[in-house]
Design a protein around this ligand. Structure first.
Ligand SMILES: [Ca+2]
Length: 325
């Protein structure tokens, strides 16, 4: 009935101009998929960690600075939507979280991109636990990631030169001579100031999102947080990707059971024998040179590859495509 009235209205000449532009709606959502909610199990098939560690995220706080839409195929409409909103991906429901609703977009196709950046004093919380927003803002963080990794019989084998073993007794020694200490459960607490755009997003090889008159389309900014454990920054064939976590277990330098940002900052990438050239490739890192020296830089670089679209759809990183799973 409502539709018929609209059609009738458009038949009147004086309204023809207003009716010539058809508009639709877009619901923009953010999601960290099952991995943010349920973690990554140890194993060899599918999204698994190969070296026996299972990982769960206690929180995965991230700041979405803005979203960009730009008309494609001659559609003249551009939107830069300032969000500056922080979200904990680990507590989202199965469909993610709606972060923006637009109801005045012209019919047609739009490119889609979004930017992750450090929090400011203007950042707002969409679902953060108490006190988290203040930490993000005060410390200028884009991410605050906390979790637990577990493995029966697990060990931590920090670089010998950086190890502060205290009274702890080694249970074994690696082939390269590092002492290993019992660590069946290790927590991690990582504070990052990453900044990147996931842009030119496409799903099934098609750019952006289509808006249809009178309908609501959905655009999902999907963060693939399992990239934290990727063996480098693979390009091309998705089949080469593997996930490992022993290197992170080895970063608990003082063996207090928690890997902190300070420890990750202290460890240079070449200090970690787990990062061997047989399994790891760093050539395609979005950070390089003096910005890619420490274990914390490695984590930051991996966050920059996490931006995806509509689930498995790829986005460029700051305008450059890196194909991966
Ligand atoms: Ca520690």
């Amino acid at each position: 009935m409502k539709r018929r009235k609209i059609l009738l209205g458009c038949g009147i000449a004086v309204l023809a101009v207003a009716c010539a532009t058809k508009v639709g709606s877009l619901s923009i959502q953010l999601d960290g998929e099952d991995i943010a909610r349920d973690g990554i199990p140890a194993g060899t098939e599918g999204v698994r960690i190969l070296d026996g560690w299972s990982v769960n995220f206690d929180s995965y706080n991230v700041v979405v600075e803005h979203i960009e839409l730009a008309g494609l195929d001659g559609l003249d409409d551009e939107r830069e939507i300032e969000l500056n909103s922080a979200v904990d991906l680990s507590t989202l429901s199965e469909n993610g979280l709606s972060i923006q609703e637009l109801d005045d977009l012209d019919e047609g196709r739009y490119s889609f991109g979004y930017r992750i950046a450090p929090a400011t004093t203007d950042t707002t919380s969409l679902n953060l636990a108490e006190g988290v927003l203040e930490t993000l803002s005060n410390e200028g963080l884009s991410h605050w990631i906390q979790g637990t990794m577990t493995q029966s019989g697990g060990v931590s084998c920090p670089p010998s030169d950086l190890l502060n073993a205290g009274d702890n007794a080694a249970v074994s020694t690696t082939d390269d001579g590092r002492e290993c200490f019992s660590a069946e459960s290790i927590t991690f607490d990582m504070k990052l100031d990453s900044e990147y755009s996931a842009d030119l997003c496409e799903a099934d090889g098609i750019s952006g999102v289509a808006i249809s008159s009178g309908a609501t389309s959905v655009a999902v900014a999907t963060l693939h947080i399992d990239h934290l454990f990727f063996n480098g920054f693979p390009t091309g064939d998705e089949g080469g990707i593997q996930r490992y976590a022993q290197w992170l277990a080895d970063c608990d330098l003082n063996l207090d059971g928690t890997v902190t940002s300070e420890e990750l900052r202290e460890i240079h990438i070449e200090d970690l024998p787990e990062f061997d050239t047989e399994r790891y490739a760093f050539e395609e890192s979005p950070l390089e040179g003096e910005n890619f020296e420490t274990a914390l830089d490695y984590i930051k670089a991996q966050t920059m590859t996490q931006g995806h679209f509509q689930g498995e759809g790829e986005c460029a990183v700051n305008g450059e495509f890196h194909d991966h799973d």
